[in-house]
Design a binder for this molecule. Structure first.
Ligand code: HEC
Ligand code: HEC
Length: 240
C-alpha cells in the first residue's frame, strides 16, 4: 500500500524537476543569445536575476518597471533612467520623496508603500547595477527648440562662467558620469526631456532637495536656450 501511494508523489517530483530544468536552460540560453529581444523573455531574466540575489525589494520591481523599465531604462523620455545611477544617490532620492523634500506625486505615492528601509536599499542596489542605456537619438534631440550645440558645449565645459554658469563637468565629471560617492548624479545617458524638466524645476524651485542650493543657483542663471542646448550636448555625449 505504502509503495503505491508514493508513486504519484514521485511522478510529481519528476515533473517538477523537468519543468525546473527547462526553465533554467531557457534562461541560460536567453542570456547567452544577445539577439533575443523578446520583451517577455528579458523581463523574466531580470526578475529571476533579482530573485536569485534574494532581493528584498523584488516584489516592487514590477511596480517600478511600469515607469522606469525592468532594467531601469525608462520607457518614457520624460521619466528618468534609474539604471546605473549611484546606489547612494538613488537611496537619497527615495528618502527625499518619502519625507517630501523632493516633490513628485507619483513617486511620493510609491515610496509611501515601502514597508522597510531594507526593501528600499535593495531596490537601489538592484537598479544601480543595471546598465544605463542612452535612448536619445539625433532625431529625438532635433525635436527640441532652441538648441545650439556650441552653447551646450561651452556651458558644460565652463566657458560661460562669466554669465554665472559654472562648468557642469566640475561636479558631474568631465565624462558626465557623476562621482563615486553618489553626491553628483550621472547625467550622460539620462533622458534629455527629463534633464530639461529637472533644470526647469531647479530654476523655479519646484525641485529644492539640492542642499546647499547648488543646482537652483545655477539653473537661475540659465535661459531656455541654455538649458535645451546643454541637455542636447549631454545627450550627444552619450552616443559616443
Ligand atoms: C507611475 C510612474 C512611476 C513609478 C511606478 C515609479 N516611478 Fe520613480 N519616478 C517617476 C517620475 C515621474 C520621476 C521623476 C520625478 C521628478 O520629475 O522629479 C521618478 C523619479 C525617480 C527617481 C529619481 C531619479 C533621479 O535621477 O533623480 C528614482 C530613484 C526613482 N524614481 C525610483 C523608483 C523606484 C525604485 C520605483 C519602484 C519602487 C519607482 N521609481 C516607481 C515615476 C515613477
Ligand atoms: C557645484 C556642483 C554642481 C555643478 C557645477 C552642477 N551640478 Fe548638477 N547637481 C549637483 C548636485 C549636488 C545634484 C544632486 C542634487 C540632489 O541631491 O538631489 C545635481 C543634480 C543635477 C541634475 C538632476 C539629475 C537627476 O538625475 O535628477 C541635473 C539634470 C543637473 N544636476 C544638471 C547640471 C547641469 C546641466 C550643470 C551645468 C550647467 C550642472 N548640473 C552643474 C551639483 C552640481
Amino acid at each position: 500500500m505504502g509503495r503505491q501511494s508514493n508513486l504519484p508523489k514521485l511522478g510529481l517530483i519528476f515533473l517538477s524537476l523537468i519543468l525546473l530544468i527547462n526553465f533554467l536552460t531557457l534562461n541560460a540560453e536567453s542570456k547567452k543569445d544577445k539577439d533575443i529581444t523578446t520583451d517577455n523573455l528579458n523581463v523574466k531574466v531580470e526578475i529571476v536575476e533579482a530573485l536569485k540575489e534574494n532581493i528584498d525589494g523584488s516584489r516592487f520591481i514590477l511596480n517600478c518597471a511600469e515607469c522606469h523599465g525592468f532594467d531601469g531604462n525608462s520607457v518614457n523620455p520624460e521619466l528618468p533612467n534609474i539604471a546605473g545611477l549611484n546606489e547612494k544617490y538613488i537611496i537619497r532620492q527615495l528618502e527625499d520623496f518619502k519625507t517630501g523634500k523632493r516633490v513628485n506625486e507619483e513617486m511620493m505615492i510609491i515610496v509611501r508603500e515601502f514597508p522597510s528601509d531594507k526593501e528600499l536599499t535593495s531596490l537601489a542596489s538592484y537598479f544601480s547595477k543595471q546598465e544605463m542605456i542612452n535612448q536619445n537619438t539625433p532625431e529625438s534631440i532635433k525635436n527640441h527648440e532652441f538648441i545650439d550645440l556650441k552653447i551646450g558645449e561651452e556651458i558644460f565645459t565652463g566657458k560661460r562662467i562669466e554669465y554665472g554658469i559654472p562648468a557642469c563637468s566640475a561636479c558631474h565629471g568631465e565624462d558626465g558620469l557623476g562621482d563615486k560617492e553618489g553626491v553628483f548624479p550621472r547625467l550622460v545617458g539620462q533622458q534629455m526631456d527629463y534633464i530639461i524638466k529637472q533644470m526647469e524645476a531647479f530654476r523655479s524651485g519646484g525641485r529644492s532637495n539640492d542642499a546647499p542650493p547648488q543646482m537652483r543657483n545655477i539653473a537661475k542663471q540659465m535661459d531656455d536656450e541654455d538649458i535645451a542646448s546643454v541637455a542636447a550636448y549631454i545627450a550627444y555625449m552619450g552616443m559616443e
